[in-house]
Design a protein around this ligand. Sequence first.
Ligand code: G
Ligand code: G
Ligand code: MN
Ligand code: NA
Length: 254
Amino acid sequence: LHLDKELRRAIQNQEWELFYQPKMDIATQAVVGVEALIRWRHPSKGLLAPFEFIDFAEQRGLIVAMGEWVIRTACQQLKQWEEMGFMNRKIAVNLSAVQLKQDDFVEKVLAIIAEYQIAPRQLELEVTETTLMNNFQAALTALKRLSSRGIAISIDDFGTGYSSLSYLKNLPVNSLKIDRSFIIDICQDENDQKIVKMLINIAHSMNMTVIAEGVETQSQFHILAEYGCDEIQGYLLSKPVPAEEIVKMFSKGT
Ligand code: G
Ligand code: G
Ligand code: MN
Ligand code: NA
């Protein structure tokens, strides 16, 4: 009950901040985009991570307003980066199943990118297999419409949910994010090596790009480069940081 009241106040006062974690293109070694990760700047408890409030916000439906704020703020940020000379960067936002089920979700996203004049390809929506399973038909319909307008769709935490391969077959997916549980031991574990190679091959054969999550070491980076992985994300590059820190990682004109 307490958290409910606090979250409603947080929505009123917009006590949110977006942190960003860079994604690097392996071939060019340029930071090509970021994943937006929400934080709650709580007036007395300090900066709260998503695990402390996302599930609750979903249960109460508050995730809808919060999620719209995330998409709007991400688009504002893209505009701001362009004004600073950093063109064509991409921001990925995480979606909740509750958002995808809203009848007006697609219209809202399209209205926001039109308002900020964002090229649809600059906005990427990350959905997990669990999110998709929650209401597959609604998710499929919404994602197909967004994809047909050019917005990029990626499957987050790939390989940890159910029926992963049927999602690839039926959904308009642009990229797969390989879950960090397959990356953590990739230098030693032959099974992880085989799985990651297989995922990269199947994704490429279906014209999808592959992002490895949770890359923490140079050795992991090298093995992923050797396998032909497209992008990496993880502490090797940076933990999630405020927007000002990300700008230092961009290079102009690329
Ligand atoms: O660093 P981190 O603790 O931020 O992220 C934890 C989890 O919170 C991630 O798995 C991510 O999917 C989720 N998350 C972060 N930001 C958002 C958001 O804006 N919306 C939703 N639905 N989930 C988010
Ligand atoms: O959306 P997703 O579930 O992938 O959320 C990303 C989460 O993973 C965030 O909580 C982020 O802080 C965390 N994370 C990002 N990079 C790394 C990493 O290299 N190692 C570990 N252990 N966690 C990471
Ligand atoms: Mn994610
Ligand atoms: Na993830």
